[in-house]
Design a protein around this ligand. Structure first.
Ligand code: 13P
Length: 247
């Protein structure tokens, strides 16, 4: 059976002191988890977190990666640079990047491609807004977002991780019900199966107000292979509880 993946997305939170406190508190209690664990930290802290996590079971992740290979792209960070810090995963297409930075499906697909070609696993985020859900367009939206990545990455698509993050559930305290989440995950799984004979091994994470209380029922769904966790990943006890739930 494939191991679940619990990934924290710290977003634009933290400081040298706070990161050290948080990671030391997590590592002190973590032991040998039954699932895989990663933290996506702000790029300014990659070197610090790489050092703090050295020799541990927690993998380092980036929150974004450039669609460009390198050169005159002020402010961008390339996949090759991330690889220098032993980054294993890079989130691409988070709804906050799509919404506030105008990232298109095509840009997200290119970012996934750049990550894969540097040996970094992209965590591809898809998800509908509240208006799209209410208009009955959820399946169409997530399938369109994922199709761009499948199209650009061909057979490599079996190497990605997908995170379903309904935009209306992010940071709002409103979680998709386990049934709602499973229903979309099943749609995504079917789409991946049509594209790759190895689709069963692709991890499908749920993200959006996942916490220590609701994690168990979400992670019990057949097509939910882990979580991408924002707010609750900033609190060591909550993150540890979610990890313990993902056995
Ligand atoms: P919250 O867990 O804070 O809702 O954030 C989810 C998310 O966006 C993870 O990438």
């Amino acid at each position: 059976m494939k191991k679940k993946l619990i990934a924290g997305n710290w977003k634009m939170n933290g400081s040298l002191a706070a990161n050290e406190r948080l990671l030391r508190a997590i590592l002190a209690e973590l032991g040998q988890p039954a699932c895989q664990v990663a933290v996506a930290v702000p790029s300014a802290y990659l070197a610090q977190c790489q050092a703090l996590l050295a020799g541990s079971v927690i993998d380092l992740a980036a929150q974004d990666v450039s669609a460009q290979e390198g050169g005159a792209f002020t402010g961008e960070i390339s996949a090759v640079m991330l690889k220098d810090f032993a980054v294993r995963y890079a989130i691409v297409g988070h709804s906050e990047r799509r919404q506030y930075h105008g990232e298109s499906d095509e840009t997200v697909a290119l970012k996934a491609q750049r990550a894969l070609s540097s040996g970094i696993t992209p965590i591809v985020c898809v998800g509908e807004t509240l208006a799209e859900r209410e208009a009955g367009r959820t399946d169409e939206v997530v399938k369109r977002q994922l199709a761009a990545v499948i199209h650009a990455n061909g057979h490599c698509v079996s190497e990605i991780v997908v995170a379903y993050e309904p935009v209306w559930a992010i940071g709002t305290g409103k979680t998709a019900s386990p049934e709602q989440a499973q229903q979309v995950h099943a749609v995504l799984r079917a789409q991946l199966k049509a594209a790759s004979s190895s689709a069963d091994r692709i991890k499908l994470l749920y993200g959006g107000s996942m916490n220590a209380t609701n994690a168990a029922s979400l992670l019990a769904q057949p097509d939910i292979d882990g979580g991408l966790i924002g707010g609750a990943a900033l609190k060591a006890p909550d993150f540890l509880t979610i990890i313990a739930t993902a056995a």
